[in-house]
Design a protein around this ligand. Sequence first.
Ligand SMILES: C[S@@+](CC[C@H](N)C(=O)[O-])C[C@H]1O[C@@H](n2cnc3c(N)ncnc32)[C@H](O)[C@@H]1O
Length: 269
Amino acid sequence: MENNSSYKRRAEFYDVEYIPLDDTNFLSSFIGDQVKSILEVPSGSGFHLEFLIGTGKNIYMIDKEPEMIEAIKRKIEIHGQGKKVQAICGLMESYDIPQKVDLIIFPQESFQLLNCDKLVIETLCNAYQNLNINGITLVDIAVFDRNIKPNTKNTPKYWHPSREEKLICLDWQRDINNERKLLRKSSYVETSENITFTFYYEVFCHDNCIDEYSASISLKKYRSEFLINLINETGFTIENIFGDYSHKKYELGDPRLIFILRKYEDRTK
Ligand SMILES: C[S@@+](CC[C@H](N)C(=O)[O-])C[C@H]1O[C@@H](n2cnc3c(N)ncnc32)[C@H](O)[C@@H]1O
C-alpha cells in the first residue's frame, strides 16, 4: 500500500476527511472591531474558510501544498469573495504576505507538525514579522497525554487517552458522492517526544474497493514550560494560556494548550 507523509495524496478527499473540533466560537472571541485582517496557517483545504469569510475581515489562507491552495481557490470562486480572501502557497516558517495582519491562527494541532525547535522559533518570528503592533497570534496545541482529565472534551477527533497504541481502529466510512465512499482506519505509536499517526484509506465505488493508500503524520508533544521558554525568545508577550475552547485558564490535565501571544512593539530578538 502506498504510504507517504505529505498531504498531497490526502488533498483530494481532505474536505470529506478533515472535520476537526468546532473551535469557531472560541476563535470568534478574538475577532473584535480592532481586527481588520486574519491569517490562518496552515489552512488545509479551507475548513475555516466559510467561518472566516463570515467575519467580513480581509483573509489570508496559507498552506504548503499547492493542491490544498487550489481547493481553497475553487471555494473562494464559489463564495465570490475574491477581493477579500487570498489563498497563498507557503510554509509556516517563511510565508510572505503583502500586508501585515491583526490576527494569525495556527489551528488545531498544525503547529505540532513542526518537528524541531529551530522551526518553531522561525515560525513564531515569521508570525511576529507579519503582525501589526497589538496583533495576536493564537497557537492551538493538543495535549497527547494519557493523564488528561477523564471525560474531557476538546481532544482531537482521531485520538483519545484511552485509545490503545499500535491498534488499528476503524475511524469512519463517509460518502464522497452518490457512488463513492471513503473508509479510514488509523493507528498511532508514540515516544516521549512525538506521536505518529498512520491513516489507512480505502476508496469504494459501489462496494468495490478501487483504491487504497496510507499516510503518516508525526506531531510533537509539548509541555507548557518548554513552549513558554521558546516563545520568550521570539519577542511575543504571552497574554493567556487556555486549556480548552471555553476559555478556561490552562492547568495540568487539560486537553489543550492554547497560547495567545501579543506583539506589543516592533522588536525582534
Ligand atoms: C491543518 S493541518 C491539520 C493537521 C491535522 N491534525 C490532520 O490530521 O491533518 C494540515 C495541513 O498542514 C499543512 N502543512 C504541514 N506542514 C506545513 C508547513 N510547514 N507549512 C505550511 N503548511 C503545512 C498540510 O499541507 C495540510 O494541509
